[in-house]
Design a binder for this molecule. Structure first.
Ligand code: UDP
Ligand code: MG
Length: 323
């Protein structure tokens, strides 16, 4: 038997949760008909909802013994919800998805098929349009991906989402990243593995409201940049170099002025020395920044490497096939 865990972080989702449950049951039941060796568990996370979400969990747990849940003492954010779900699920395969049906359960069978081919460790959707989203928000989102991909070594695919069907191996790799400030879009990409991106058109929420404000998203994107890039720490080095160049120009201008006019160019020399001393300070801060960046990476204790496959896996799989 293969267990598939469906992890669903929920924050104030009383309006869509019943719809979500009906939909996911429909899809998973049909998957069970198609594959007689799959079982499901549904792990809901109540992220400190202020509405009847927890009450609905109780009802679902009474109705369906495959339903499990964790209820947080307060709102910790979706990242914490996903982490709790991944840590506590028991599946051989794990799906992470939103409760609001913006991650259509209808994708699951196809995702599972991709994983079953053995060619992928993860199947995920990728939005090819941002229909239904405000123009300003889309513009900022695109800008974020552009900046992020320039200054970070971890590639973040534009439109990639947290809707993921993963193998246990990939989930364990994600859990090996024990950092506190979690930015899943980066983490999913950082761990690597073979990922199948399935394009799809954005779907709007059937009910309820998105809990992301513009400000919230802005803070989240800064979080992402700081978690996956130490570039901002290097900015002072560039400013330092710029100041040196300006100081040099002012100094040369001072010499030219005093030669050409026989007057001293002292005002220019003074400005040059002001820029020079600024440059020294910025440069030193840049050096601190480099060490701080290294320290920052150390304290995250990320794994040095993640193996995708070894000969042991290969032999085990082969002997399993021959049996
Ligand atoms: N969510 C959560 N904690 C939060 C905010 C959101 O668990 O603090 C859940 C929410 O219930 C939903 C998913 O994360 O299942 C995505 O949230 P939302 O639909 O508000 O975000 P959007 O789709 O607008 O990015
Ligand atoms: Mg949503």
């Amino acid at each position: 038997m293969k267990l598939i865990s469906v992890v669903v972080p929920c924050y104030n989702e009383e309006e869509v949760l019943p719809m979500f449950y009906d939909e996911i049951i429909k899809v998973t039941d049909s998957m069970k008909k198609e594959h007689d060796d799959v079982e499901f568990e549904f792990l809901f996370i109540n992220d400190g909802s202020k509405d009847r979400t927890l009450k609905l969990f109780h009802e679902l747990a009474d109705r369906d013994k495959r339903v499990r849940y964790i209820s947080f003492s307060r709102n910790f954010g979706k990242e914490a919800g996903m982490y709790a779900g991944l840590t506590n699920c028991r599946g051989d395969y794990v799906v992470v998805m939103d409760a609001d049906l913006q991650h259509p359960p209808a994708f699951l069978p196809q995702m599972y098929n991709y994983i079953c081919t053995g060619e992928y460790d993860c199947a995920t959707t990728r939005r090819v349009s941002r229909k239904g989203e405000s123009k300003v928000r889309s513009w900022f989102a695109r800008l974020f991906y552009k900046i992020m991909n320039k200054i970070s070594d971890t590639e973040i695919v534009d439109g990639a989402q947290d809707f993921r069907f993963m193998t246990r191996q990939m989930v364990d790799a994600i859990l090996d990243m024990t950092e506190y400030n979690r930015f899943s879009k980066g983490i999913f990409s950082w761990v690597g593995f073979r990922v199948k991106y399935m394009p799809y058109e954005n779907v709007e929420r059937p009910a309820g409201t998105s809990s992301w404000s513009f400000w919230g998203l802005f803070k989240y994107s800064l979080e992402g940049i700081m978690a996956f890039s130490t570039f901002p720490l290097a900015v002072s080095i560039f400013l330092g170099i710029l100041s040196i160049i300006i100081a040099l120009i002012l100094f040369i201008a001072g010499i030219i002025v005093s030669l050409a006019t026989n007057k001293s160019g002292s005002a220019l020399y003074i400005s040059a020395s002001v820029f020079l001393s600024g440059a020294l300070q910025l440069g030193c801060m840049g050096i601190f920044g480099q060490y701080l960046g290294k320290t920052y990476r150390e304290v995250k204790k990320r794994p040095i490497y993640i193996a995708g496959e070894t000969d042991e896996d290969y032999r085990r799989k082969k002997s399993g096939e021959n049996r």
